[in-house]
Each structure stands twice: as C-alpha cells, then as structure tokens.
Design a protein around this ligand. Structure first.
Ligand code: FNR
Length: 183
C-alpha cells in the first residue's frame, strides 16, 4: 500500500510557484506515495493560552490531518533567507500541547522553491533546524533546491522541463525508501 504523505506548502499566494511544484509532485509520485495536501492558511497564530481550554477548531483539524500521515513533505519558498512565518506557525501549532506533538518520529522531506538562483537554500536549511528538534528524521540526500522556477513551469503551472521532472520523480522515490526505513 502507498504511504500517506501530508504535504505542507509554505505559501498562500494565488499564483504560488511552490503550490504549482507541489501539485506537480503529486503527479510524479508513482504508486509508492499518496500526496495529500494539508492546508495551513487558516491556522490562528499559536498562543498556548488557547490550548488550555478548547483549542481553535482549525488547530484540532490540522493536528488530526497530520497525525494520521505516514510522513510529511514540505514544499516551501524562502522569505528573507528563512521559512515563511506561515510554515513556522504550522510547526508550532502541531508541536503542542506539550507531549502531544503530531510531528514526532514522522519521516520528512523538503523541496525548496525560488524564482531566484539559490533555490531557497536558506529556507531549506532553516527548516531542518526545527524538524530535528521535533524528532523528525529528515531526508538528507537527495536534496531538492528548485531554482529559477519561473522558467520550469508552463502557462498552466505544469513542469515543462524533462530533467526537472525526472529529478523530482527520483527525489520522491528516494523519499519512499526513506519512509520505509524510518516509519
Ligand atoms: C521573498 N522572496 C525571496 N526569494 C528568495 O529566493 N529568497 C528570499 O530570501 C526571499 N525573500 C522574500 C521575502 C518576502 C517577504 C517575499 C514576499 C518574497 C521572493 C520569493 O521567492 C517569491 O516571491 C516567490 O514567488 C514566493 O514563492 P511562491 O509564493 O511563488 O510559492
């Protein structure tokens, strides 16, 4: 049976390149992975006070959607050489209440996306820091830095570049193997 992978995208922008790449990944995943989008745009900013009584419904829904997954795939742009606050908030929401983190032990992988030349390297590596703390085995190789993304997508947001498609299909195949080892 295919592994159920929760996909978190670090952008809310309507024409998001990261979202387009995530959508393409879903079509490249072959039969070993099922990529399932988990939305993070409606999560109230994390405030521990709100966890004391009845947490916001959006937090409970989100936590439920992640906790059932076999693994997590992050597809993110870079904001100011780090991850967007949107994504950090989702990590914080999922990490609490204390002792009930939904992230613990879940294999993870990162695809960072940028219209620039550096492939959102800063975001990719900043994201690894909280994931290590959250006790998620994060795939180290292959790495995926998607640079100059605007040149790789056609008008419909489909990946037009055969080399990129083949690279990302290989990345996903490696992730399936990684999940099998660490789940
Ligand atoms: C950016 N952008 C950007 N790009 C990059 O490669 N490194 C960076 O540090 C930043 N910093 C940054 C900060 C803020 C606040 C914004 C809004 C943008 C540009 C960014 O990569 C570009 O807007 C992408 O298109 C964002 O990803 P999505 O929304 O297309 O997925």
């Amino acid at each position: 049976m295919a592994y159920d992978v929760a996909v978190l995208v670090g952008s809310l922008r309507k024409g998001s390149f990261s979202r387009a790449v995530a959508d393409n990944l879903a079509t490249l995943a072959a039969d070993k992975l099922t990529l399932r989008s988990v939305e993070i745009g409606e999560l109230p900013l994390y405030n521990p006070d709100l966890d004391d009584d009845t947490p916001p419904a959006a937090w409970t829904k989100f936590r439920g959607e992640v906790v059932g997954a076999d693994a997590v795939l992050f597809v993110t742009p870079e904001y100011n050489r780090s991850i967007p606050g949107l994504l950090k908030n989702a990590l914080d929401v999922g990490s609490r209440p204390y002792g009930k983190s939904v992230w613990k032990g879940k294999p993870a992988a990162i695809v960072s996306v940028s219209p620039g030349l550096l492939g959102a390297f800063g975001a990719n590596h900043h994201l690894r820091q909280p994931l290590v703390f959250l006790d998620m085995p994060v795939m180290q190789q292959p790495e995926a830095y998607v640079s100059k993304v605007g040149d790789l997508l056609d008008q419909d947001g489909k990946l037009a570049n055969a080399d990129t498609k083949s690279f990302l299909a290989g990345f996903l195949a490696a992730f399936a193997t990684w999940i099998g080892k660490h789940k």
